[in-house]
Design a protein around this ligand. Structure first.
Ligand code: TRH
Length: 377
């Protein structure tokens, strides 16, 4: 057995906090033989991602990870070799006191949010001395070798390759979700936050010569979709046709199946952090609905990623991509940028594959974390 870890997850909203920590915890167990406890304060969010989990259990095992309900008041527990707090969540003070008493002291890391901004490389791995004498290190995911990398399971790209070259496996997978696309239809997945301009994009798709089939898991975008369809309710299984566009509400599936959904699609609209990374591993054209922050703090993050992601595109294609993503984020009309982007599709598609390969050639985040721990000994 390698090092033991506690991962702390305070679910702020949505599924990203639980999604990232659950993925990392599984990977540390499966690929690095670590003993991992995942402390999570919102088991309902966890059950969404891991449907076989028990939403009421104080302690349970899932995929070799010990899932612990992080509840108040905190009960004393042992302290492992490594402690990872996700996204600057506050650890219980009795726990940090126990960390102080442990000999040797554990490695304490804060796993930060993913950002492509330049300053991240300079801050990754820096210590942050705490008032109580403990030292905490900043661990930043990122897109270059001076960061902690991206979460990516060891065999993920090989699994995707096997799946995308097996049309029957794709048909079976889609059929299990109730999806039977028309021959030649372009498949699109849509997992995004609210967007008042969604209709301007759907109008385009409905008016195109090529048939599109839009797959929408339940979530925050449904209200805008309801408005466009003129319907009061869109339960899972709903199937509607408007012009060249078929819209279908598909179930919210476990993380592994969500990957397959992304792999099946020609274009993926994703959001937040974890689905954003998974769409990159799908190697297909995508649109990122970045998590909106106060004071538009998300805008430099969006620009920083676009600079990297579009670097290999022609100026026109890069402008179309950036225009579409920025308009989506700002709630502005989408039709014109979508038309412009469609004109560069072969290039956009190729670039998505190249980007995926480039990023997949670097150490993944779990590997980087394990190495960081070894270096600390
Ligand atoms: O849900 P998100 O918007 O999450 C977050 C949180 O809001 C968080 O507080 C914020 O800081 C962060 O965004 C930036 O988006 P995300 O990160 O993509 O998480 C969604 C998770 O849900 C991801 O692990 C994929 C998973 N998922 C499934 O497992 N099945 C599904 O069917 C779908 C649609 C998603």
């Amino acid at each position: 057995m390698q090092a033991s870890w506690d991962i702390f997850c305070d679910v702020v909203d949505n599924y990203g906090d639980a999604g990232v920590t659950w993925r990392l915890a599984r990977q540390l167990v499966a690929e690095h033989n670590c003993a991992v406890r995942l402390w999570i304060n919102d088991l309902a969010a966890f059950v969404r991602l891991c449907p076989q989990a028990d939403g009421t259990a104080a302690v349970q095992w899932q995929w070799g990870v010990q899932i612990c309900h992080w509840s108040e008041p905190w009960l004393p527990t042992s302290v492992p070799d490594g402690v990872l707090e996700a996204f600057a969540c506050r650890l219980p003070s009795a726990y940090t006191e126990a960390m102080l008493q442990r000999n040797p002291r554990p490695l304490w890391l804060n796993l930060d949010y993913l950002s492509a901004e330049d300053w991240v490389s300079g801050c990754h791995g820096l210590p942050s001395p705490q008032a109580n004498g403990l030292k905490k290190f900043f661990f930043f995911p990122g897109f270059n070798d001076r960061t902690g990398g991206l979460l990516r399971e060891q065999n993920l790209i090989a699994q995707r390759q096997a799946f995308v070259t097996d049309p029957q496996a794709q048909r079976d997978f889609l059929q299990a979700l109730g999806v039977k696309p028309e021959a030649g239809a372009r498949l699109i997945s849509l997992f995004a936050y609210e967007n008042p301009q969604l209709g301007s994009w759907l109008d385009e798709l409905a008016g195109e010569a090529r048939v599109s089939h839009l797959l929408v898991p339940p979530g925050r975008i449904l209200g805008d979709l309801q408005r466009w369809l003129g319907e009061a309710d869109l339960p899972v299984g709903t199937l509607r046709r408007r012009g060249a566009l078929t819209v279908q509400i598909v179930p919210f599936v476990p993380q592994q199946d969500y990957d397959r959904l992304l792999w099946c699609c020609d274009f993926n609209v994703v959001r937040g952090e974890d689905s954003f990374v998974r769409a990159q591993w799908a190697g297909r054209p995508m649109l990122w609905h970045i998590y909106q922050q106060d004071g538009d703090a998300h805008e430099p993050k969006l620009d920083a990623f676009l600079d990297l992601y579009c670097a290999g595109l022609s100026a026109e294609a890069a402008q179309a991509m950036a225009g579409l993503w920025r308009s989506w984020s700002a709630g502005q009309p989408l039709g014109e940028y979508w038309r412009r982007l469609s004109g560069h599709w072969p290039q956009i598609r190729q670039q998505a594959g190249v980007w995926c390969q480039q990023q997949a050639s670097r150490p993944d985040l779990a590997q980087a974390l394990v190495q960081f721990y070894r270096n600390s000994l």
